[in-house]
Write a protein that binds this ligand. Structure first.
Ligand code: GDP
Ligand code: MG
Length: 440
């Protein structure tokens, strides 16, 4: 996918300005690429149509940077299709009992995910209870008991002699009597959708109050995921989805399709077999993944290089003379923001799957950067252009203006001075600016 997209955008860029025909031709390729990522064909069609309308409607054609603009539109549209914000499972307050019913095909990951979710709820201070309602699969009860024990959550079971509806009812009763406040029903799945399975799930829903019917879908099933989601929604009703096995090499086309076709949110994604491998679903990260992470970054960077080359050349001259000013600092921060900020840049790097980007992001303190910018904004024009002007009283005024203490201003100015000196010692370092990764 990513290679294809890269070629498309290369073509767009080399043309300089974007015509309607260009957009159409490019989206034809995007269409193919999305299909390759296993996005449902109906979704692909709707998606490319929307993007085409938006791209042509905007100033893309007059833009300095058409390639970057198209990437942004494609990316934003993917995000909005998958729901802009993260979705939360409903949870009743206090000791009122919340019931989740895990449903899906056999092998999708219901049992594993039920245990993962129970572990998360327990960590949040809830009192979850897992209920073994799969009486068909050999050793299903045992599997839930083993997983429950691993996360330290109790499992309610009645063996495999009872029917699932009675087990569900008894589990909720038991929860009420014993002070549990969340019940997770682990139900049975079949290799294929069948009527009896659906009827049984409907019967459970009628027997107990289910607060969320959670469809567990294997992300590797690709296009089929849409069919599965649609059928479960029609027959049983679903409130949202957990997409498992995203630790595999799938591009995650299923996420896009399910959201687009069913309109139901994706609550979590399964990122491995271990019971801690359940993560919040972030539409933004999924969009990056579908587009092919690292490649998107390098594309945006290359696109960026075109408009910023002149600025960079000028900057280099100034740096050579050690004239790097606070204005230049603001400029470079602005350029970074244009690329979506540190968080989104990190999440686009290759290999930044799972929580790695998040982890790194927390190490690079964006709040700290915001404070530094506030400091610069509190300087007068003259001070920004000539860092040597800063004396104690000026620094005191700046600290007040930025709402930080003077020590922080001192630290920042000192850091800035060091950077300036360092730059003076390495006159060639800005040459490849914009072309090289990490040039900001
Ligand atoms: P169920 O039939 O729907 O209850 O599915 P299970 O919970 O028994 O899971 C089927 C298989 O998928 C098991 O081997 C799980 O370890 C595995 N599995 C579940 N979730 C994930 C996941 O997020 N990533 C990976 N790699 N494997 C998973
Ligand atoms: Mg199971």
């Amino acid at each position: 996918l990513s290679e294809k997209l890269q070629n498309v955008f290369k073509q767009l860029r080399s043309k300089g300005s974007l015509t309607e025909a260009d957009v159409r031709a490019a989206l034809k390729e995007v269409k193919m690429a999305l299909l390759e990522a296993d996005v449902n064909f109906k979704v692909v069609r709707q998606f490319t149509k929307t993007v085409q309308e938006k791209a042509i409607g905007q100033d893309v054609m007059n833009g300095l940077n058409p390639g970057q603009m198209v990437i942004k539109i494609v990316h934003d549209e993917l995000v909005s299709l998958m729901g802009n914000d993260k979705a939360e499972l409903p949870l009743k307050p206090g000791n009122e009992i919340t019931v989740y019913m895990m449903i899906g095909l056999q092998g999708a990951g219901k049992t594993t995910t039920a245990a993962k979710l129970a572990g998360k709820l327990k960590a949040k201070g809830r009192k979850p209870l897992l209920a073994a309602c799969d009486v068909y699969r050999p050793a299903a009860v045992k599997q839930l008991e083993v997983n429950g024990a691993k996360v330290g959550v109790d499992v309610f079971s009645m063996g495999d002699r009872k029917n699932p509806v009675d087990i569900a009812k008894a589990a909720v009763e038991h929860a009420k009597a014993s002070g549990y406040n969340v019940v997770l029903l682990d139900t049975a799945g079949r290799l294929q959708i069948d009527e009896q399975m659906m009827d049984e799930l409907v019967a459970i829903r009628q027997a107990v109050t289910v607060d969320a019917s959670v469809l567990v879908v294997d992300a590797m099933t690709g296009q089929e995921a849409v069919h599965v989601a649609q059928t479960f929604q029609e027959k049983v009703g679903i409130d949202g989805v957990i997409l498992t096995k995203l630790d595999g090499d799938t591009r995650g086309g299923a996420a896009l399709s399910i959201k687009a076709i069913c309109g139901k949110p994706i609550f979590y994604v399964g990122m491995g077999e271990k019971l801690e491998d359940l993560e919040q679903f972030y539409p933004d990260r999924m969009a990056n993944r579908i587009l092919g992470m690292g490649d998107v970054l390098s594309l945006i960077e290359k696109a960026q290089a075109n408009i910023d080359e002149e600025k960079a050349r000028d900057l280099e001259k100034r740096v050579r003379k050690a004239q790097f000013t606070f204005d230049d600092y603001l400029d470079s921060m602005e350029q970074m923001r244009k690329m979506g900020g540190i968080g989104s840049i990190l999440s686009m790097m290759p290999g930044m799957t799972g929580g790695k980007a998040q982890e790194l992001e927390s190490m690079v303190d964006e709040k700290d950067l915001a404070r530094k910018e506030a400091i610069v904004h509190s300087m007068t024009k003259a001070e920004r252009a000539n860092p040597d002007l800063l004396n104690l009283s000026r620094k005191q005024r700046i600290a007040k203006g930025a709402g930080v203490n003077i020590a922080e201003v001192n630290r920042f100015v000192k850091q800035f001075d060091q950077t300036r000196k360092m730059m003076k010692q390495m006159p060639g370092m800005m040459k490849g600016r914009g072309k090289r990764r990490g040039g900001f």
